[in-house]
Design a binder for this molecule. Structure first.
Ligand SMILES: [Zn+2]
Length: 194
């Protein structure tokens, strides 16, 4: 079973999510930060004056995922690699084989790693563990958080790790960026020549 955070939010005036675990007993409690020495306490249906402030820090910590979660993550990884391996075998190309090795290597890392190749970047990072993500998800990476932001690449989530291959900037902005970098380099060379 996954450990989840209580989904209750305080009223707009406070704008704070309950920091206790889901299905907890008693009132909702939340501190504004890990360093805050006090916490708000409220009951369901509290009015805007129904908050009490008490000493003590109440912040949600996800902790280590359960054994069941980790087994599921492992199973999803094995299934993914099985599918990928089969695909590689069917296609039978060295490119597929290299990609497969890279994916396996990337999945074994614990820290974020990114490799930039020109306008593109590829890397792996750990998904923030507020609430554990699904075992497997695949989607488009975008240039920004706006829903109409252009697609920049592909993102695959396996358990807590996310693989991402995407462009750093749209093609037009990249040309602009390179032009500016070149101008700056030229200016710097002129400066040092003087
Ligand atoms: Zn709560």
């Amino acid at each position: 079973m996954r450990r989840r955070q209580c989904l209750t939010w305080a009223k707009r005036e406070v704008g704070l999510q309950c920091q206790r675990r889901a299905r907890h007993d008693g009132p909702h409690q939340a501190s504004f930060s890990d360093r805050s020495g006090t916490h708000f306490e409220w009951n369901d249906g509290a009015n805007r004056f129904g908050y009490e402030v008490h000493p003590g820090t109440v912040r949600y910590r996800p902790g280590t995922p359960s054994l069941a979660y980790r087994l599921g993550e492992w199973t999803a990884s094995v299934l993914f690699f099985g599918a990928f391996g089969t695909l590689m075998w069917v296609i039978g190309s060295p490119v597929a084989a290299v990609t497969y090795c890279l994916v396996v290597m990337l999945l074994s890392v614990q820290r974020p790693h990114f490799v930039d190749v020109g306008r593109f970047t590829a890397g792996v990072f750990l998904v923030p563990q507020r609430n554990f993500p699904p075992f497997f998800a695949i989607g488009f990476a975008r240039y920004g958080p706006e829903p109409d932001a252009g697609r920049s690449g592909l993102q695959v989530i396996i358990g807590r790790r996310s693989l991402m291959v995407c462009a750093l900037l749209p093609r037009t902005e990249w040309a602009e960026f390179q032009r500016r970098t070149a101008e700056r380099d030229t200016a710097r060379r002129k400066d040092s020549a003087r």
